[in-house]
Design a protein around this ligand. Structure first.
Ligand code: B4P
Length: 192
């Protein structure tokens, strides 16, 4: 069972590429952003708790996302593996994920890191905001805060996984199709 993390700043194409990767490699796509937005959409107690945090572009508390992921991993048995999108986002989340996997005799096999310029990130997020109505994609100060939170709290994970020998950078500039080909080349290398 393979475990792949897709990593990169907001707007780098994690969600977009994850759909294609999950389909091609029969992986379960676990997006903490989608799970949290579903909680908000359903009006659950958890959704009420996180909606103001997400609207500001801050990170939801580690224990909330860790519990969500743990429940999904435990429930799923029939896939070739998991694709984690937007998780982990802090060193604590990474350590907890590794602990969960270790308990099952598994490990993180790969961190696919999408590299995209700042201007392109802003352009993509504003573009999505105009279509989807996602409020965190419409306000420049929230977008800049998300990128800043990424740089300070999430980016250190690149080094964390580089030291474990599973870091795999991918050029995230270009069309969705071009980037997907680069990603498949990287995955096929570790799969062969
Ligand atoms: P996420 O849902 O993870 O969203 P994201 O990082 O903003 O976007 P993503 O990277 O997936 O989007 P994509 O580029 O695919 O997080 C939202 C919030 O949830 C966070 O701010 C935080 O509050 C909370 N959260 C989530 N996980 C958490 C965790 N683990 N811990 C704590 N808090 C957590 O798409 C962007 C746009 O670009 C799309 O419109 C797409 O069509 C476009 N696009 C993609 N690739 C393109 C390309 N090659 N060319 C042109 N456009 C492209």
């Amino acid at each position: 069972m393979i475990n792949i993390l897709i990593f990169g700043p907001p707007g780098s194409g994690k969600g977009t590429q994850s759909e294609h990767i999950a389909k091609k490699y029969n992986l379960l796509h676990l997006s903490t952003g989608d799970m949290l937005r579903a909680e908000i959409g359903s009006g659950s107690e958890l959704g009420e708790k996180v909606k103001h945090i997400m609207a500001r572009g801050e990170l939801v508390p580690d224990e909330v996302v860790i519990a969500m992921i743990a429940a999904r991993i435990d429930a799923e048995k029939s896939r070739s593996g998991f694709l984690y999108d937007g998780f982990p986002r802090t060193v604590q989340q990474a350590a907890e994920l590794e602990k969960m996997l270790e308990g099952k005799g598994l490990k993180v096999n790969m961190m696919l890191a999408l590299d995209v310029s700042h201007d392109e990130l802003v352009k993509r997020l504003l573009g999505r905001g105009a279509i989807s109505g996602r409020s965190d994609d419409q306000d420049m100060s929230v977008i800049e805060n998300r990128i800043e939170v990424y740089r300070s709290k999430t980016e250190p994970l690149a080094d964390y996984f580089r030291k474990k020998g599973v870091y795999s950078p991918v050029d995230g500039m270009g069309t969705v199709e071009e980037i997907f080909i680069r990603i498949c080349t990287a995955i096929d290398k570790i799969n062969s």
